[in-house]
Design a protein around this ligand. Structure first.
Ligand SMILES: C[S@@+](CC[C@H](N)C(=O)[O-])C[C@H]1O[C@@H](n2cnc3c(N)ncnc32)[C@H](O)[C@@H]1O
Length: 444
């Protein structure tokens, strides 16, 4: 009999002659399902998380080499509002072997790679939650993305809040004590409410729906609702039983989530040291993130992250969090910036969009619907301070360039602000083109 430590069936040769390791070894030979066409042409200026720039856009066409009829693979997907995109950080240059990284958002502080969303990780796999704008034939159109043009995409999965967000699981059922029909309050202290145990428990509730329990005494739902609304009744539990195949319905029934309210759970899920400027306290991306005294310990390149009081989500009567994000993420020392445009840059932007309208050979925006939208995207990118730590600390006076759609943006950073100086047509606009044509240069 084969021992567990043996790697299983040996490598097999594919028809093309290359060696294909068996799945059992975990050495998966990936084949991109498509290559992303994105409004961001290079890493510079690409948002560090999808929620930073909600109007950033991309298109993904499923390759015919994956499925003869790519549109078949997308059947049903149009019914979802958001999708997970798994992709390769193909422009990393090499695989990273650093156990600790210095995310820009921590301004030089180090932390373990697996506690971050750093692109520099052992397997160079990225995970982005994007808004699904539309499905058209064998292509999907996305917004709210943080991936560059040409990114090899490995997989698409629907975002299902009831599976994917601890904020949306039916915790009241799990907390209900079978023996005496008493609701057991979640008395988790901060130390025993670590993400693992907390989230694991909650997710298993969702994955494996539990039989409902009769409720002589009405348990309280730990949501931010009136006490009356929080009660589970017999009819509620009956509804839950019926609704379990459709977890969304459960959440909606209990006011946990609605289709148009996914941004909040999304942002909390996506937060990492590279994450958005949102926190459980409700600070949005557009608002200034205040510098927090406690986070100052993170300043300095030698510094490492320290255990700080986790930022607990508000809205639960018993104060117990459904997911925990450390304060060094939510209260990172890098502030959001005010974004200004010089009159010259405003004029450039106007010209860039009007050139397209008058059709004098200059391409107009490919991804943005208007100059206003392009401006909004530029503002979103810059307000999150896209500079590297090195540039932020040592090259403060240097100009910063990035390309978004057909706009090549030049700006500089001052104390607490970014100023756009010039917007010119990009020399190589990011076209949304046939993927076969666009792939040649990617070396696929
Ligand atoms: C911090 S990562 C986060 C990506 C994803 N949301 C995640 O959590 O895995 C986003 C950054 O990766 C970089 N990036 C995006 N696409 C890339 C690619 N194809 N290759 C290398 N780096 C990429 C950009 O600089 C972008 O700001």
């Amino acid at each position: 009999m084969r021992g567990l430590e043996e790697p299983g069936p040996g490598p097999r040769a594919t028809p093309c002659g290359c060696v294909k390791p068996a799945l059992e070894t975990g050495n998966l030979l990936t084949e991109p399902i498509g290559y992303l066409e994105s409004c961001f042409s290079a890493k510079n200026g690409t948002p560090r998380q999808p929620s930073i720039c909600s109007c950033s856009r991309a298109c993904l066409r499923i390759r015919k080499s994956i499925f003869n009829n790519p549109e078949h693979s997308l059947m049903g997907l149009e019914q979802f509002s958001h999708v997970w995109i798994l992709f390769v950080f193909h422009k990393n240059g090499h695989l990273s072997c650093k156990a600790k990284v210095q995310p820009p958002r921590l301004n030089g502080a180090k932390t373990g790679v697996f506690s971050t969303r750093s692109p520099h990780r052992p397997n160079a796999i990225g995970l982005t939650l994007a808004k699904l704008e539309k499905v058209e034939g064998g292509a999907i159109y996305l917004s709210g993305i943080d991936m560059i043009h040409g990114t090899p995409v490995l997989d698409i999965k629907p975002y299902i809040a009831e599976y994917d967000s601890p904020q949306n699981v039916m915790e009241p059922l799990a907390d209900f004590n079978l023996q005496n029909n008493q609701h057991t309050p979640n008395t988790a202290s901060q130390s025993d409410s670590k993400t693992d145990s907390c989230d694991q428990r909650q997710l298993s509730v969702c994955d494996e729906p539990q039989p409902h329990h009769s409720t002589k005494e009405k348990p309280k739902c730990p949501e931010d609702r009136t006490s009356e609304e929080n009660y589970l009744t017999h009819s509620d539990t009956a509804r839950i039983q019926q609704a379990f195949p459709m977890h969304r319905e459960i959440a909606v029934d209990f006011g946990l989530e609605s289709r148009h309210d996914q941004s909040s759970s999304m942002s909390e899920e996506q937060i990492g040291p590279y994450g958005p400027e949102k926190s459980f306290s409700g600070k949005g991306t557009d608002k200034k993130l205040e510098r927090v005294e406690g986070a100052a310990v993170l300043q300095g390149s030698r510094t490492e992250t320290q255990a700080m009081t986790p930022h607990l989500p508000a809205g639960r009567a018993d104060g117990a969090p459904r997911s925990v994000v450390p304060a060094w993420v939510t209260e990172a020392p890098v502030a959001t910036l005010e974004v200004r445009f010089t009159p010259h840059a405003e004029m450039d932007l106007g010209q860039l969009s009007s050139q397209g309208e008058s059709d004098i050979g200059q391409a107009s925006f490919k991804y943005f619907q208007s100059a206003e939208e392009a401006k909004h995207a530029i503002e979103a990118v810059l307000s999150a301070d896209p500079r590297s730590v090195y540039r932020r600390k040592l090259c403060q006076d240097r100009l910063f360039y990035f390309t978004i759609d057909i706009a090549h943006v030049t700006c500089w950073f001052g104390d607490g602000f970014a100023e756009v100086l010039r917007i010119k047509p990009a020399s190589e606009p990011v076209y949304m083109m046939d993927p076969v044509g666009s792939l040649v240069s990617l070396g696929s």
